[in-house]
Design a protein. Structure first.
Length: 552
């Protein structure tokens, strides 16, 4: 049985490469493999080279490999661009109408012509051929196509069968033991479902890669999820509209990337002063400025931690895979409303658009009711000074209550003031929430760690880099630590996870070591930093080589 298989499918934009990758992912999933898929595409309206790397493993996986065991080439460029991914056992399946090469040749044109099928079904021909080359039974192809290609299923199967019959079995991969198929979700889909589990009522967003697919997913499923989805004219309008929804009592989230979040920061400060709860999904990409719009980075951590003028508490979580994205998105929504603060879900292109296996029975936590205590008939005070700093939250229209929300310095009733003592009192009240927020997080596993507890060397990472670090550290016998929550910073939990560690290596996909900076700020020294900043995610081959260089 093959324990680890990597499949690359590549071609021109418009040939359905992402969909082809998804079908391959479902085929491997059907065979019992844990699956991860990375999708690569340039920032072009039309044209350019697109490819997907699908990896199946007999254990959980969250990163693609550099090398490919199978290459499915819909055009010549695929073979030219990815020649460095070929290894001695690589099996190639190519469209003989457009590609000259060695391997299993398939005439897509002949297959489509025989079934009177449209050109877009060409990738079904190639997937059928791949299935035969990889020894995947035809019955599994039928099952996957029937479930995941609901439109034109029979015609897709007909052309796929013609591809299947044109080639020979070359490198059978077999079933991955007794594993059963699992749900496949992108990180953005997991975030959307997690937000919904956390009571999401409205999602407001202006499309910005790599957060855009979250907007599309929620819009397509708005009715089933009971969510209102709105696409305003720009990110400033997004933030202000979201605050309006929240003020009216609707649990609301927004989605964006770095450049869009820049425009939201004044509204973020408004949320901090007015104590209006809101969730912000910030999916990072390579910057500064436009940077690489369709590639990944971890360069906005410090920006998110310090964005906005003035001082106010916030919650920041950086999930490392789809399962964490689902469960922590629900928590982020709940915390925003319980503590009346902005909550951030910090993602990146790798997580947002990557495809992961996820347990459909995963638990997202329970909803917390907002603080609504009001003594009535005494006048309602929106910003009552309480021991916890959390004031009673009512919505407009509550009988007998006048709900005043104010961006100006204000008193307990929400009336603008410049009185020095009241300004100090309200500032301290808002900041007092931070202590309760830290205490509330004690019931969650805010810091994850894996590997031998006796290991004196540890890697610390955050976000989607978890996938590659987990795999490489397991192979090398190194401890791995992942702080999932980054604000309030879980410094004591990190120290506990690092107990006995003599050498700490921070791994990040940025140029300045932003987690390392944060760790040093809280008195945790980092001995070495492995930084990666070319827009492409770290792979096991690259990280293991760099770790070996550091440790030698």
């Amino acid at each position: 049985m093959v324990q680890d298989v990597s499949v690359l499918v590549g071609g021109r934009a418009g040939e359905g490469i992402n969909n082809a990758g998804m079908v391959i992912a479902h085929l491997l999933n059907r065979l019992g493999y844990y699956v991860y898929m990375y999708y690569d595409y340039p920032s072009l309206i039309r044209g350019g080279h697109n490819f997907a790397l699908v990896r199946g493993r007999d254990r959980p996986v969250g990163v693609h490999r550099e090398s490919a065991d199978f290459v499915i080439a819909l055009n010549q460029e695929t073979l030219l661009r990815h020649k460095d991914r070929f290894i001695p056992r690589t099996a190639t399946v190519f469209n003989s109408d457009a590609v000259h090469g060695n391997g299993e040749a398939v005439s897509v044109k002949d297959a489509l012509h025989a079934e009177n099928a449209p050109e877009i079904m060409g990738n079904s021909v190639m997937i059928g051929a791949f299935a035969k080359v990889a020894g995947i039974p035809w019955d599994d192809v039928v099952t996957v196509f029937s479930r995941h290609l609901p439109k034109g299923t029979q015609q897709n199967l007909a052309v796929a069968r013609r591809g299947y019959d044109q080639v020979s079995m070359v490198s059978p991969i077999g079933h991955a033991g007794g594993n059963t198929p699992r749900a496949l979700l992108t990180g953005n889909e997991a975030i959307g479902l997690g937000l919904a589990a956390g009571g999401l009522g409205a999602y407001v967003s202006y499309p910005m890669t790599p957060s855009s697919s979250l907007l599309h997913f929620l819009a397509e499923n708005a009715h089933n999820l009971g969510v209102t989805v709105i696409h305003p004219e720009n990110e400033i309008a997004v933030m202000l509209m979201a605050l309006g929804f929240s003020y009216a009592g609707t649990r609301t989230a927004v989605g964006t990337s770095g450049g869009g979040f820049c425009l939201m920061t004044e509204g973020l400060s408004l949320a901090g002063m007015a104590e209006v709860p809101v969730v912000l999904v910030v999916s990072q990409r390579t910057g500064p400025s436009t940077g690489l719009p369709t590639y990944t980075a971890q360069s906005d951590l410090l920006f998110v931690l310090h964005a906005g003028h003035g001082e106010f508490p916030r919650f920041v979580v950086a999930p490392g895979d789809a399962a964490q994205a689902y469960s922590w998105s629900a928590v982020a929504m709940d915390i925003a409303w319980k503590f009346q603060v902005p909550s951030f879900i910090l993602s990146d292109k790798t997580l947002s658009e990557g495809v992961y296996c996820i347990d459909p029975k995963i638990h997202a936590g329970s909803l917390t009711e907002c603080t609504r205590e009001w003594d009535g008939p005494a006048p309602y005070e929106r910003y009552r000074d309480t021991e916890s700093g959390i004031s009673p939250l009512l919505v407009p229209g509550t009988k007998g209550a006048v709900v005043k929300v104010n961006s100006y310095a204000h008193d307990a009733a929400g009336i603008s003031t410049e009185d020095a003592d009241i300004v100090r009192q309200m500032t301290e009240k808002r900041l007092r929430k931070a202590g309760g927020l830290s205490a509330a997080l004690a019931e969650y596993e805010t810091v994850l760690h894996e590997g031998p507890e006796t290991a004196e060397t540890a890697v610390i990472c955050w976000g989607s880099v978890r996938g590659v670090c987990s795999e490489v550290c397991s192979d090398m016998g190194i401890r791995m630590v992942q702080p999932v929550v980054l604000a309030p910073f879980p410094v004591e939990s990190i120290r506990t996870a690092l107990d006995g560690v003599r050498r700490l290596i921070a791994v990040e996909e940025n140029a300045t070591g932003q987690l390392g900076t944060l760790l040093r700020l809280f008195g945790i020294p980092v001995d070495t930093e492995i930084l990666h900043c070319n827009g492409r995610p770290l792979t096991p081959e690259v990280l293991s080589g760099r770790l070996q260089g550091v440790l030698s």
